[in-house]
Design a protein around this ligand. Sequence first.
Ligand code: SAM
Length: 247
Amino acid sequence: MTFDSLAASYDASFGVAPTGRLFRFRVAERVMTSARPGSRVLDIGCGTGEDAVWLAAQGCLVHGIDPSPKMIEAAKAKAAARGSTATFECRPVQSLATEGASFDAVISNFGALNCVPLETWAALAPSLLTASGRGFVSLMGRRPLPEALRRGRSAADRGRTVAVKVGDSAISVHYESVDAVRRALAPAATVRRVEALGCLVPGPGFEGFARRHPIVVGVLAMAEAVVRRAPFFNERGDHVLLEFERR
Ligand SMILES: C[S@@+](CC[C@H](N)C(=O)[O-])C[C@H]1O[C@@H](n2cnc3c(N)ncnc32)[C@H](O)[C@@H]1O
């Protein structure tokens, strides 16, 4: 499976590196505005289980799914090492079509759902939520500002569907606008909040810069806190965090 080859090294970038941690913290902070101890949380495309284990430590009942056997192996090992109650299962989001609406929060972090056509996950995710549940999906943004500033106009738009090399194989990655996500969710859910993760702070692809210039990144993070929900900026993150509720 494509992401298997990344499992062993994945946490070095998205688990412990400063920007990865910053983005993860901001997503966790939002999830905890809605989830409570005892809430049932589904983590779609959970990877190595970083968020699932953290949320379980806050008292949530977390189940993580991912189609990569190596990612699930890493997640289970992490949960065992930390004495976590989080549970994990090797399956893709598409297989959840027949599950009931049983989760108080459905989360998906660091672009797992960029690997799935928008129409597919947008039809499924709301149906997994209880009536008062909330979805939190962090997608890789289509037009990240730091990348455009650094690399020029050619990086201003990542394009809609792009073949991206992951390990030894290529996968289709779908970069969607916020409007497209709103429209796709509209029959079943309403988008309540949109914020950029990394509209000023450079994304995990610029970890070298973040390590060399922590004060600059700190200042950019403070500025980002002011503009991250403002029109123009809210879609121009390295990632974009969308929150939605069932209609
Ligand atoms: C960049 S990783 C993000 C992992 C994790 N959410 C995190 O925050 O670190 C993307 C993950 O999406 C998973 N993925 C790919 N296709 C998927 C699908 N159809 N259903 C669910 N997850 C999928 C991959 O196996 C991979 O673990």
